[in-house]
Design a protein around this ligand. Structure first.
Ligand code: NAP
Length: 223
């Protein structure tokens, strides 16, 4: 554990050095599941990343009107899920800003400062989220700070050229789409199964399953 300059203890981030390649796995992780882990591992291998840093969202602007589980629960479940992979770590950078709206641009600026511009950064997240990227804060700058890996399930046609390329042509060279079959698992599915009293075994790591039951998470349907 170290203090990474954001005011609280956080898990060890990879050390700064020339040529470092890091993935930033951004998501609400409500809860984290095996699909997320398969995706992070696949991207790490395909893009030869040194580490993948999971960044659970704090208080995301697009969810301001929707109920999201307490940030500390989502952070702890992410730690439990990733603890046995030496290439994975978790950052509290957004969790510690959860009292205000948290924007991806601020997170990317934080990591660029932390790595003094020496690291190649790959922001990994769901393609649905990336399709809305032109509504994100300071989206023009986003593309100068990192590459985006938009993860989708096979057969899902994204048409990034039409939706994003027409407005922001420079984005096209910075966004790559990756199809991953394990994307069939979703956080929504897990929440619905808990509400319905169905098992969630093999959808998320055992430790996360136990954490969910022990803390009574997802027992009630969301509006
Ligand atoms: P979301 O809208 O809840 O999720 C959209 C889709 O992407 C869902 O199918 C979701 O599945 C999937 N997904 C989410 N994270 C993923 C990941 N890391 N890898 C693969 N699939 C993933 O999106 P979100 O989780 O809230 O946000 C995604 C990221 O975009 C976050 O880092 C968020 O901060 C960022 N974002 C930033 C802004 C902004 O700066 N203005 C606006 C929107 C989003 P599951 O539900 O199963 O995860």
């Amino acid at each position: 554990m170290t203090n990474n300059g954001v005011g609280t203890m956080t898990l060890q981030l990879p050390e700064c050095r020339d040529g470092l390649c890091v993935g930033i796995m951004g998501g609400t992780f409500d809860p984290i599941h095996l699909g997320h882990l398969v995706i992070a591992e696949e991207v790490r291998i395909q893009y030869e990343l040194d580490k993948v840093i999971f960044v659970p969202t704090g208080y995301p602007p697009h969810k301001a009107k929707r109920k999201v589980t307490d940030p500390e629960h989502r952070y702890l479940m992410t730690v439990l899920a990733t603890i046995n992979n030496p290439y994975f770590t978790v950052s509290r950078v957004e969790i510690d800003r959860a009292y205000e709206l948290t924007y991806t641009i601020d997170t990317l600026r934080f990591f660029n400062n932390y790595y003094q511009g020496k690291a190649e950064i790959y922001f990994i997240t769901g393609a649905d989220a990336i399709m809305d990227i032109l509504s994100w804060k300071d989206y023009g700058e986003l593309f100068s700070l990192c590459h985006f890996i938009a993860v989708t399930r096979p057969g899902y046609n994204l048409n990034i050229e039409e939706t994003i390329g027409k407005v922001c042509p420079q984005a096209l060279s910075r966004i790559e789409v990756l199809e991953i079959p394990a994307m069939q698992i979703s956080s929504t599915l897990i929440r619905q199964r808990v509400v319905a009293g169905k098992p969630i075994r093999y959808l998320t790591p055992d430790a996360v399953t136990q954490y969910i039951y022990k803390n009574g998470l997802y027992r009630h349907a969301r509006e």
